[in-house]
Design a protein around this ligand. Structure first.
Ligand SMILES: CC(C)(COP(=O)(O)OP(=O)(O)OC[C@H]1O[C@@H](n2cnc3c(N)ncnc32)[C@H](O)[C@@H]1OP(=O)(O)O)[C@@H](O)C(=O)NCCC(=O)NCCS
Length: 188
């Protein structure tokens, strides 16, 4: 399927979600200018925030507690580790004072055409100061640098306004995301 001149495939029909946290599919249709971040790495550092791209020094219990604090269901930390090990691009921000993660985002995909962004979270105590935008800008940039131009995510309705300025559009060309979820099936 062609979308704005980009080879694009909607969400895989086999996708299974354990929760209904991600009700809307957004697909990126515009490219963020490269090397242009709203907050530079240096600015982040001077404010006490370190950018991290590996899970070796990421405390998954701390990450899990952020997921829970923002309303995601608590998940088995061992399973989170497996998910992160199977993640292609991952970015988190550590607050140097506490050495704890305060912002996180990751993307899975085929490494060539498509990627899906998951688990975009900022610790509630650190929301509203640009950290969510900082991780999203860098994650998208990293995917674009890899040549991946079809980037999708699920957005709760209340967060659509966060993703739109980052270049994401809901239902581009009328394309609708469809999700198979056992939870939804059981509701019927
Ligand atoms: C959504 C979330 C990641 C945003 O992170 P954040 O660090 O608070 O956002 P930022 O400070 O980087 O905000 C960047 C911009 O988005 C705007 N913004 C932030 N949250 C928004 C929202 N819910 N709706 C509309 N705009 C929003 C900010 O006003 C800011 O605008 P500006 O660039 O014009 O100043 C964070 O609030 C969060 O973790 N929420 C709970 C978990 C969640 O809902 N994750 C998304 C799953 S779909």
């Amino acid at each position: 399927m062609l979308l704005h001149g980009i080879i694009s495939t909607p969400l895989p029909s086999s996708i299974r979600l354990k929760s209904s946290n991600y009700p809307q599919n957004l697909t990126i249709t515009a490219q963020i200018p490269t090397k242009k971040f709203s907050i530079s790495d240096q600015d982040l550092e001077s404010r006490g925030f370190n950018l991290r791209r590996s899970i070796s020094d990421l405390n998954l219990d701390h990450l899990n507690s952020i997921f829970v604090a923002v309303g995601f269901p608590r998940r088995d930390t061992k399973k989170i580790r497996v998910a992160l090990e199977n993640t292609d691009s991952l970015l988190w921000i550590e607050y140097s004072k506490t050495e704890r993660p305060v912002a996180f985002a990751r993307a899975t995909g085929d490494g060539v055409f498509n990627a899906i962004i998951w688990d975009v979270v900022v610790d509630p105590s650190f929301q509203g100061i640009g950290l969510g935008k900082a991780v999203m800008e860098r994650l998208v940039e990293e995917l674009l640098q890899k040549g991946i131009t079809n980037i999708a995510l699920y957005s709760e309705p209340r967060v659509l306004g966060f993703y739109r300025p980052l270049g994401f559009a809901a239902d581009p060309d009328g394309i609708r995301g469809m999700v198979y979820s056992r939870k939804q099936k059981n509701r019927k």
